[in-house]
Design a protein around this ligand. Structure first.
Ligand code: MLT
Ligand code: MN
Ligand code: ZN
Length: 295
């Protein structure tokens, strides 16, 4: 399995248009690399691709990847798109894929419902882009020879659909992880996860490679940095650090582990910072745009 990180950042990207935090300033000045919004591409042969989450930046992301360029007049090596939730950073890119070239769009019924509830997505011609409903725990072929399966992970409804009372521990079809397997290897992609439950930990036991929610370093990061009022938990994202954080919770796994969907406030973006050194020492890598990982 060949993975290409199209976008390593969480919603907003790095830098985020309205943010003057230290990371965003460093990205603007070129001191650290910029990153586009959340998306991962996967291929077996480098010829045809599936894209996991359609980021608002997908046009530039595909442009930067020669093996995803059209091979003839109107064409794409993109075979399918799979959505793991209905957040803007994962669905808005569909609007850029509207130019009458066929691909298959896979999502759970709840996530398809988000699209159905927003008529702007009718811009995707249903005769060309078939919306295939996937069922929890039922395998399907996302690419020829590559099996995918979605499973619930703790999360919440999309930000733009939140009501007055928000549950952040929903386990259902609104937030899913993806298990990918070919004949030899198993990989997981979980860009949004509020908590590592015993079930989830159990499931990840067979992983060779895991791409995991790296949104925040610490739960109060946005509050302390003055960039927001919400905790990580309230946003539906487990933190990297701390006794209940993802590093601690996933420590026993044999897989190679990579943080992805990283918020612009996260100190792990700093390549020479102590947080990056700590993550590395714990056996994790940090995704970057254009990073290729083969498993
Ligand atoms: C998230 O991952 O929490 C969302 O992308 C937030 C957002 O839509 O801005
Ligand atoms: Mn997001
Ligand atoms: Zn920022």
């Amino acid at each position: 399995m060949r993975f290409l990180v199209l976008g390593a950042a969480a919603g907003g990207g790095l830098p985020q248009w309205n943010c003057g935090c230290p990371n965003c300033r460093d990205a603007r000045s070129g001191k650290i690399a910029s990153a586009t919004q959340s998306s991962l591409a996967v291929s077996l042969d480098g010829q045809v691709w599936a894209v996991l989450n359609a980021s608002p930046d997908i046009r530039a992301q595909m442009m930067g990847c020669p093996s995803m360029h059209p091979r003839e007049l109107r064409d794409t090596p993109l075979v399918s798109v799979l959505l793991t939730n209905g957040d803007i950073d994962h669905i808005a890119g569909l609007l850029s894929l509207r130019e009458q070239t066929p691909f298959t769009l896979f999502a759970t019924s709840e996530i398809l419902g988000v699209l159905a509830g927003n008529p702007v997505f009718n811009a995707l011609n249903a005769e060309k882009v078939s919306r295939e409903q996937v069922e929890i725990d039922r395998p399907f072929e996302i690419l020829p020879g590559l099996e995918a399966l979605v499973f619930p992970v703790p999360g919440k409804v999309p930000l733009f659909m939140e009501g007055d009372l928000v549950r952040t521990d929903l386990v259902g079809e609104q937030t899913v992880g993806v298990r990918l397997s070919d004949a030899r290897r198993v990989a997981y992609y979980i860009p949004g996860c509020a908590n590592v439950t015993a079930d989830l930990l159990d499931m990840l036991g067979d992983a060779d490679q895991i791409f995991f929610d790296g949104t925040l370093w610490s739960d109060d990061e946005m509050i302390r940095s003055g960039t927001g009022t919400k905790s990580g938990l309230r946003m539906g994202h487990i933190s990297i650090s701390g006794p209940d954080g993802s590093i601690a919770r996933l420590a026993g796994l044999k897989a190679k582990k990579t943080f992805i969907h990283i918020n612009n406030t996260n100190p792990v973006w700093q390549p020479d910072g102590p947080e990056r050194a700590f993550v590395r020492a714990q056996g994790w890598s940090v995704a970057a745009d254009g990073m290729e990982i083969e498993t």
